[in-house]
Design a protein around this ligand. Structure first.
Ligand code: NZQ
Ligand code: ZN
Length: 388
């Protein structure tokens, strides 16, 4: 078991009606000047925007709307930094999905620095201070509500980079599963795939302990069971709630304390796909997952496949190891196909024209030669070609 040093300062307030019950008192702990960040309008359609404005009566409110999926440095981060600096914002309230919250984290850090905001986001200069963040998360997917990272895209360079600082952990996250009733099926499914992949990135690693295996296998089984329930009954609160609990823990590290780091290879590959083509993150991950598994399966890695296949899919442990591994790869592919996720790059509008360019970009920027299952440029290109 590897050493760990773990602290999460975020207060989670989870359940039906928690925003109405506690948003006012939580926001009282911060100053008067509030920046509300949000996306393209979903929070208005579900009545959440109106609810928040009512609950913040008496505050001086500023707004940054229009944050896009795969949030963009320009204009969203830059515009948010400008608003915060010009108006001496005390607290940022992020209302929406992971993209809104990720963008908010970048704003919160960059607004407290005199450095170029891009240097803060790329961590060339350290984040020494950040504006406190409160969020109401409306999409069960990224786990951004319980982690200290954000992923920001810069369109002109095709970069999609992770920004981390302990100072941008949300102070308080409100998680009401009812807000996810309105999610389009596509986003619900992408969120499930994102979370399953977060867990797999932590499961497929070198050093690991039995307790974490059981925790992660249980979470994936819960996600698989509950997504089938909500596909038939989108307003099933218990299923939505269990999914949101699993996704909230996804990127926080808590699933794998004591495990060694895998290098998160599938995320490294997917971030290039969504950086170059602006596709939905969870869909990109679902497409990459079985191809990455197939590519890295060998005598050194097979133990993880056997454990995963028997633990998650109930594959007969008495079968030969190779057969279990191959059945596990087929099972994850079939599950995504069954629930309706596109499973080829062609289906999300990506052809072979930029495969080599993306493989090079990933190889240069992501350090996957040091991953648990090392990947070089040729490996990455082969995985991407297999996804076509
Ligand atoms: O923009 P609006 O109108 O709000 O609509 C959004 C958006 O179109 C919509 N939506 C959100 N909540 C809704 C809703 N529609 C109806 N009802 C609701 N309750 O869903 C669409 C997608 O939203 P987005 O925030 O982009 O999705 P998600 O939460 O999956 O975030 C994806 C981003 O997070 C990054 C991804 O790379 C991607 O950029 N990630 C962040 C991580 C982190 N911070 O730890 C880790 C992840 O691995 C991931 O990389
Ligand atoms: Zn992810």
């Amino acid at each position: 078991m590897v050493n760990f040093d773990y602290q999460t300062p975020t207060r989670l307030i989870f359940g039906k009606g928690v925003v109405e019950e506690k948003l006012c008192s939580v926001m009282e702990q911060y100053g008067k000047r509030v920046l509300i960040t949000y996306g393209g309008g979903s929070i208005k359609r579900i009545g959440l925007y109106e609810q928040v404005i009512r609950l913040l009566e008496g505050k001086e409110i500023y707004e940054l709307p229009g944050i896009e999926p795969n949030p963009k440095f320009n204009p969203s981060v830059l515009e948010g930094v400008r608003i915060c600096k010009e108006n001496n914002i005390d607290v940022i309230l992020s209302v929406g999905g992971g993209s809104v919250l990720d963008c908010t984290k970048a704003i919160a850090g960059a607004a407290c620095s005199d450095a170029d905001p891009w240097d803060v986001v790329t961590m060339k200069v350290p984040t020494l201070k950040a504006i406190p963040i409160v969020d109401i998360i409306t999409l069960a997917a990224t786990g951004s509500e319980y982690d200290s990272g954000g992923v920001i895209s810069r369109t002109e360079t095709n970069d999609k980079l992770a920004y981390f600082s302990k100072l941008v952990f949300p102070a308080v996250s409100f998680i009401d599963p009812v807000y996810t009733f309105s999610l389009p099926v596509k986003q619900t499914l992408a969120g499930i795939a994102d979370c399953i992949n977060h867990i797999m990135e932590q499961y497929f690693c070198g050093e690991h302990i039995m307790m974490n295996d059981a925790f992660m296998e249980g979470a994936i089984k819960s996600l698989m069971k509950n997504v089938r329930i909500i596909l038939k009954d989108p307003q099933n609160y218990e299923a939505r709630a269990e999914i949101f609990y699993a996704t909230t823990l996804g990127c926080n590290g808590i699933y794998s304390l004591g495990n060694s780091d895998s290098g998160w290879p599938m995320h490294a590959i997917e971030h290039a796909l969504s950086g170059y083509y602006d596709i939905t993150h969870g869909e990109g991950l679902a497409i990459v997952t079985p191809r990455w598994m197939k590519h890295i399966l060998n005598d050194n890695t097979i133990e993880r496949f056997v454990s995963f296949g028997t633990g998650v899919f109930g594959i007969d442990p008495s079968l030969p190891e190779r057969e279990i591994a191959e059945k596990a790869i087929a099972a994850i592919y079939d599950f995504y196909k069954e629930i309706g996720i596109p499973m080829t790059l062609g289906e999300v509008g990506i052809d072979d024209s930029r495969i080599d360019e993306m493989a090079h970009h990933i190889a240069v920027n992501e350090g996957l030669e040091n991953a648990w299952a090392p990947l070089y440029e040729d490996d990455i290109a082969a995985i991407l070609r297999d996804c076509l």
